[in-house]
Each structure stands twice: as C-alpha cells, then as structure tokens.
Design a protein around this ligand. Structure first.
Ligand SMILES: [Fe+2]
Ligand SMILES: [Fe+2]
Length: 170
C-alpha cells in the first residue's frame, strides 16, 4: 500500500527546514574556521562538532521525506557570516543561529498541526526538545566566554570547552 501523502504545506516546511539545518552546518563551520584562525583550537573543534550535528539534523528530515515518498530538494547554501570581532561575538552569533532555527522548527510544527500531519508532528517533538538544549548551551557558552576575562582563563576555557559541553549534551 502506498504511504499516505504528506500535505503540501508540510512538505514545503520540511524542505525549507532541512535546508536551514544545512545552512546552520555551514554557519558553524564558519565559526570553527574563525576560531582556528584565532588559535582557539578547542572552540574550533567544538563548532566543527556542532556543524556535524546540524548535518545529522538535516539528514533526519531528509530520511523522513524519503520514507514518505517525497524527494528532498537541496537548495543553494547561503554564504555564512565570517566577520566576527571577538570570541564573544562568535558565541552570540551561535545563539542568534539557534534562535532562528527554533523559529524554523516551530513553523514546521505549526504546519504539521494545521494539516493534522501526525508523523511530522512526532518528528518535530525531537527537534523541539533538541532546540531547548541548543539554546541552553548557547546561553551558557556566552556566560563562560564573558567570564573568561584574562588570557589565562580564556585559554583554559578553550582547552576544556569540548569536554564541558559534551558532558552536558550527552
Ligand atoms: Fe539543528
Ligand atoms: Fe543547532
């Protein structure tokens, strides 16, 4: 039996959102590049890891579409922001990206609710939870970067940032 069709409004939102996740992956890659260029190798590794996670988010939505007989359409990935003034600026931009992503997830969920599309609603439950975590670590990262006022405390944070945040995220 063919799978029940995905409402067009939900297809449009899911397509938009997985492309948004790919743009976020590219955005985090840019943060990683900035950190590498500024000798912050710990932060570079942390953002590289985030970039990979955004790709897995895109893949979750892509797989959902394919399972429901919709061909995912990949769009062009926009050029990410790279002109940061400081590590604090970088951390604040990560938060801006995550807040934008939360808006995107909510828009998918609202479309799925309106169309009574239960599978997409359940898929979005995972993403809604994930965004709570993502916004939480962003806020903590900003706090920690702000508190690392001297060069010594900043290099200490750089050395431990991957461990600090992977303990909390797992
Ligand atoms: Fe994501
Ligand atoms: Fe994210």
């Amino acid at each position: 039996m063919p799978a029940s069709p995905v409402p067009p409004s939900v297809v449009a939102e899911l397509q938009r959102q997985f492309n948004h996740e790919l743009a976020a992956a590219h955005g985090y890659q840019a943060l990683s590049v900035w950190c590498t260029a500024h000798n912050l190798t710990g932060f570079a590794a942390f953002f590289e890891k985030q970039s990979g996670e955004e790709r897995t988010h895109a893949k979750k939505i892509i797989d959902h579409l394919i399972d429901r007989s919709v061909d995912p359409v990949l769009g062009a990935v926009p050029q990410p922001k790279q002109d940061f003034r400081s590590l604090l600026d970088v951390a604040q931009y990560a938060e801006v990206m995550e807040q934008a992503n939360t808006k995107g997830i909510n828009a998918v969920f609202e479309a799925a609710l309106a169309a009574k599309d239960y599978p997409a609603q359940v898929l979005m439950h995972w993403f809604i939870n994930e965004q709570v975590e993502e916004e939480a670590w962003c806020a903590e990262l900003i706090d920690r970067v702000r508190s690392a006022s001297c060069a010594g405390s900043l290099s200490d944070l750089d050395r431990h940032v991957v461990r600090i945040f992977s303990d909390e995220k797992d």
